[in-house]
Design a protein. Structure first.
Length: 207
């Protein structure tokens, strides 16, 4: 690709970006940075960003991603409530799941991806149904993990966000794809930030 064609491609990408996508991305970045700091305000940013993405994803035929945003709305409220509740006078502690529990989660995600991907492929106009299903079901589980402050949520996001980059580029959501490239870097820092907090005040392991 020549320099001129690259510039032309970037200009085209910028032209199709909407102001709503820009706002959704800004709010999503705010959410992640606040979540790294265990700030409860992260859920407000998540709710606002998600509300916008419901319509953005529907408009580009990412049906599972659009439906996922409805779940995110509910989880933003649930996560805020979970983080607001204090246990024994302390904030909700970071916890660690066992290998067996992660194995069950991964097998469950694989099964759901195969089933929903096939149904979407056969019955809808969804784009990239299996990848769309993977990022959706993976995010469903991982968002639940964030709400309960499960340390390993960050590694799940690393994989989901990496796949999402390709998905959004394919659908022309270039700014959102850039956001998820940023996410794949930040989640590593998020993991080590939460790990340090967990070591400082370890919670029980969950089987």
């Amino acid at each position: 690709m020549t320099a001129d064609s690259l510039i032309a491609h970037l200009n085209t990408a910028a032209a199709v970006m909407s102001g709503w996508e820009v706002l959704a991305v800004i709010l999503a970045v705010i959410y992640l940075l606040l979540a790294m700091q265990e700030r409860i305000e992260c859920w407000y940013a998540a709710f606002a960003s998600t509300s916008i993405y419901i319509f953005l994803f529907w408009d580009v035929n990412l049906l599972m991603e659009s439906a996922l945003q409805l779940y995110y709305l509910a989880m933003a409220v649930y996560g805020w409530w979970q983080w607001r509740i204090r246990r024994d006078g302390n904030d909700l502690p970071i916890q660690v799941w066992s290998f067996r529990r992660h194995a069950v989660v991964l097998v469950s995600i694989l099964f759901l991806v195969i089933v929903s991907g096939y149904l979407l492929e056969q019955n809808t106009h969804a784009a990239l149904p299996y990848l769309d299903s993977f990022t959706t079901w993976g995010a469903v589980i991982t968002t639940y993990m964030v709400a309960h402050k499960v340390l390993e949520n960050w590694w799940y996001w690393l994989i989901i966000d990496g796949v999402s980059v390709f998905l959004y580029i394919d659908r022309g959501l270039y700014l959102t794809a850039l956001l998820f490239i940023f996410y794949t870097v930040i989640v590593v820092f998020g993991y080590f930030r939460w790990r340090a907090l967990y070591i400082e005040k370890p919670a029980a392991h969950y089987g």
